[in-house]
Design a protein around this ligand. Structure first.
Ligand code: NIG
Ligand code: FE
Length: 411
């Protein structure tokens, strides 16, 4: 058992402490071990049988929860980034074999050991930024073998208690691999690909326990709502949850699928039909906002007011990937949510902790709560900053002094 003391403690447990949404305590202690948080409260009330604080920090918060990443990527797309900054569009880069297909080639060329090593190093860097839970998508394999390789590397990372908790998502429909997109007739080739990736491959992934969620990229030039609903249907049969990339460039009906299958989240949301939001809110589907991606693509931020008015929960994530979100930093995404998305400090902190965790818990296999509360897993960050707003500016600084996941110090 270990006790930490903080001048300011953010529990993200609404109403448990004080009246604010973030449940803030002044001069507080938290006692925990690998089984979870045993006690927290004002330092003056620390029960004598618990250990005295071994460390003091200016600020203690729940571990950050990054609910949307593509962290199991290989290679680098720095050359494409230069072209993009010179004006090439996402679609132009994709048509030239860049984009997702460039990462696909790098993934196919790598061994599972290499994917694991790359992912582990990336997760360690994320831990140092205060992140204790990371959703990781496959989606660069684009074939049965490639997707299994990514997902097995992710499973190995998920088994390592010294890393952030990994929640694996099978991104079944991300792009068409070259042999499929070059085949004639194209329609039959695509139909066959979608049937395989959302059928037998998904069943195999479920049998091997490789994914908690599925995902599909539902957009112009990507996959249709109908294809996404085939995936969601089969996921449901396998007891796997659904998250969907929706509206990065256009709303092509993915939100209706998300609401119909009570998806955990719809992610991106730069474009949406406002009349789809009520059903989403009723289904409890959260919007995962990805400000680093929209900034990279020089897009207008989503209409967060409309989401809020409809009662759709807001989550903030990094979208860490080698193309559209070239950063591993959830704190940077949080800073941009304040700067560009019109979210309040409270919305951002809940959206990067408790609400993010809620989108990951729905499949019943993830224990993260994104809160400091008795009985919750001990996912805790100590910072050398006096207030939660200091993590949102200045940008690009690393202020953690200790990071614990399930009671084990990981950074
Ligand atoms: O979330 N939009 C689709 N997928 C990713 C991009 C992945 C990539 O470019 O490698 C995204 O932005
Ligand atoms: Fe993404």
């Amino acid at each position: 058992m270990k006790t930490l003391r903080a001048a300011r403690m953010l529990t993200c447990d609404r109403g448990a402490w004080g009246s604010g949404a973030l449940g803030v305590l002044a001069d507080a202690c938290v006692s925990f071990d690998a089984h979870g948080i045993h006690w927290l409260g004002p330092a003056a009330a620390l029960p004598p049988e618990l250990p005295a604080p071994s460390q003091s920090a200016a600020l203690i918060t729940p571990g950050l929860v990054d609910a949307h990443t593509h962290s199991a990527w290989m290679g680098s797309r720095h050359e494409e980034y230069v072209l993009r900054m010179g004006g090439a569009s996402y679609q132009q880069l994709a048509a030239a074999g860049g984009g997702i297909l460039a990462s696909h080639r790098a993934l196919i060329a790598a061994s599972e050991d290499e994917v694991f090593a790359e992912l582990r190093a990336r997760l360690q860097r994320m831990a140092a930024l205060g992140v204790t839970t990371v959703e990781v998508k496959s989606g660069y394999g684009l074939t049965r073998e490639g997707e299994l390789k990514q997902l097995r590397a992710m499973k190995r990372a998920a088994a390592d208690p010294g890393l952030p908790r990994v929640v694996s998502t099978y991104l079944a429909l991300h792009a068409l691999p070259p042999p499929v997109r070059e085949a004639v007739p194209l329609a039959a080739s695509v139909a066959n690909y979608v049937a395989t990736m959302t059928g037998d491959v998904l069943d195999e992934i479920a049998r091997e326990g490789l994914a908690v969620f599925v995902d599909a990229y539902v957009d112009v030039g990507a996959f249709t709502a109908e294809q996404a609903s085939c995936l969601a249907e089969r996921a449901r049969a396998n007891g796997i949850g659904v998250r969907l990339h929706c509206g990065q460039f256009a709303d092509v009906g993915g939100l209706d699928v998300a609401a119909r299958y009570a998806a955990a989240s719809v992610d991106h949301m730069e474009h949406f039909a406002a009349n789809a939001l009520d059903a989403l809110a009723r289904a409890g589907t959260a919007a995962v906002l990805l400000p680093i991606a929209s900034y990279t693509l020089r897009q207008r931020p989503p209409d967060t007011d409309a989401l809020r008015r409809a009662g759709v929960r807001l989550v903030v994530a990094s979208d860490a990937n080698p193309g559209t979100a070239p950063s591993e930093s959830l704190p940077l995404a949080m800073a941009m949510a304040l700067r560009d998305y019109g979210l309040s400090t409270e919305e951002i902190w809940l959206g990067a902790t408790h609400y993010a965790a809620n989108t990951l818990r729905v499949a019943g296999r993830v224990n993260a709560t994104g809160q400091l509360a008795v009985g919750a897993p001990a996912d805790i960050v100590a910072w050398d900053a006096p207030a939660e707003a200091c993590i949102l500016q200045p940008w690009g600084t690393q202020r953690t002094v200790g990071v614990w996941r399930d009671g084990v110090q990981i950074a």
